[in-house]
Write a protein that binds this ligand. Structure first.
Ligand code: C5P
Length: 272
């Protein structure tokens, strides 16, 4: 287990209140089994293993007693690992685990969790439970950039596909194909964005307060926290992410995640 005790990070928010409709399991994604445990337990283990949080604040679907119990059981296990004489590494602080009801959108779930942070929280990492296999190294890279003075940090990956913009085809051409290409984005300047995303708490609070004034259309287009910080005109820094931080969204993603967990080295030890 690693620690990053020189960083200012004190809290990790784990948003796990999504419905998981695209995965097609008929249950919230956080509960979906992945190699014997739920997606949420894998995500929480990753956060705890990174050793950077004094508080882990989890947003779950409102009133979901099963996920509430799962978080409580995780907190108990964590406590047992940290009891005097237990083999958990010396000097690693036991994080407080807090559970809150999430909201109707991801941003609302983040805000619900922010409202439950410990009063002295200075910095926060916001992490999607759906990125259940994010390795410790990514948490550390984000925390290190925050400690070095950044107020907003995101982990990113180069884009391997050529990315084009399109619009719906209209008129007679609609019979040819449904969409028409309008341009090609310069791939070398594109990055795919992951979580955990790290922020100075005052900046993230300001960003979410500003978002409260957005109309419904623009609010729906907010897919991560860094977008809100960008709208403030505050610089957002990017560090290297990891391919195993994939967001488990479709059945294929679940198969890939299971394959990673069952790999010969174990997913958390594979870099790149
Ligand atoms: O749906 P999407 O892929 O944007 O979800 C990303 C993350 O945000 C997931 O971990 C999901 O559980 C979380 N989420 C949430 N509350 C919502 C919607 C999504 O916590 N209302």
């Amino acid at each position: 287990m690693n620690t990053a005790s020189t960083t200012p990070v004190t809290a990790v928010i784990v948003v796990a209140a999504g419905s998981g409709q695209r995965l097609g399991y008929g249950m919230p994604k956080a509960k979906v089994p992945l190699s014997g445990d739920s997606i949420l337990v894998h995500a929480l283990r990753g956060v705890a293993a990174a050793g950077i949080a004094q508080q882990i604040c989890v947003a779950i679907p409102p009133g979901d007693s099963e996920l509430q119990a799962l978080c409580e059981s995780f907190a108990r296990d964590l406590k047992a690992e940290h009891r005097p004489g237990a083999p958990a590494e010396q000097g690693v602080q036991l994080p407080v685990v807090t559970v809150v009801d999430g909201g109707a959108s991801r941003a609302e779930s983040v805000r619900a969790a922010m409202a439950a942070l410990l009063p002295d929280t200075a910095a926060v990492l916001v992490h999607d439970a759906a990125r259940a296999l994010a390795p410790e190294a990514v948490f550390h890279r984000v925390a290190k950039a925050l400690a070095a003075g950044a107020v907003a940090v995101i982990p990113v990956m180069p884009v391997v596909d050529t990315v084009k913009t399109v619009e719906p085809t209209t008129g007679g051409l609609a019979a040819v194909a449904p969409e028409l290409v309008t341009g090609t984005a310069p791939r070398e300047a594109l990055r795919a964005v992951q979580t955990p995303q790290g922020f100075d708490l005052a900046t993230l609070t300001r960003a979410h307060e500003a978002a409260a004034g957005l109309d419904a259309g623009r609010a729906a287009a907010i897919t991560d926290d860094a977008m809100l910080v960008e709208l403030l005109g505050v610089p957002v820094h990017a560090v290297r992410g990891a391919s195993q931080s994939l967001k488990i969204t479709t059945p294929l993603d679940l198969i890939i995640a299971e394959g990673l967990l069952e790999g010969p080295l174990g997913v958390r030890w594979v870099e790149g």
